[in-house]
Ligand binder design. Sequence first.
Ligand code: ATP
Length: 238
Amino acid sequence: MRKALEVVNLNASYGSTSVLHGITLHVGDGEAVALLGANGAGKTTTLRAICQMLVRTSGEVKLFDQPIRGKATEQIARLGVGHVPDGRGTFLALNVEENLRLGCFARSERDGVEQDIERIYEYFPRLKERRTQQAGTLSGGEQQMLAIGRALMARPKLLLLDEPSFGLAPLMVKEIFSILRRICHEQSVAILLVEQNAGLSLKFATRAYVVENGRVVLGGTSDEVRSNDAVRRAYLGD
Ligand code: ATP
């Protein structure tokens, strides 16, 4: 399988605090991969380091064989990386459709914007119903949908999702993950998913990595990771 993302020996630090120590992982073209780990393990920092956001990094990051480390965050977005950060990054004072249109900033050609907005409304009918509603008045789940929709407006080849289930009711989580599965299959968008909810991520992803103290300590198919005793005890509550 062609690699959408390849990360080799990635180190990252905030100022003088070193947080990632040689992370190596990959995501295949159109594949969904989960990154599991406890609070503070370095999952969010891994996504930030891939996008060159807020952290100093060394190591190698390639998107479809093209090195992207060292490029500015905006250039990385233009090369096809859509980052949906924790906290979601939605413009709360703008309405739903204005937020979606802002998602176009990272695409080279402006044709097809209206069709893309309609495509996102097909995935997220709730957003269509609320297209003129101010984002700040949406529910948490609807804001998460909007953040994903906005990232999709850039036509990414790889989506980095940081805790999309955080703070949401179980039914909303189910709805969002079933839409993400469709997006991954129908649009062939690769996904690197960070989640505290290990059970959910292992159902969603075909492979997973476990991060502890800034290092990958385990990687494999979701079935292999799920059947690991340490994972069962630490993350699946068995
Ligand atoms: P969580 O699920 O709790 O967000 P995480 O696995 O995503 O955990 P990170 O957010 O990547 O973990 O944090 C890894 C380490 O980096 C933690 O020790 C954290 O305190 C530290 N850290 C995160 N952001 C910053 C920052 N902006 N400045 C300094 N240290 C930071």
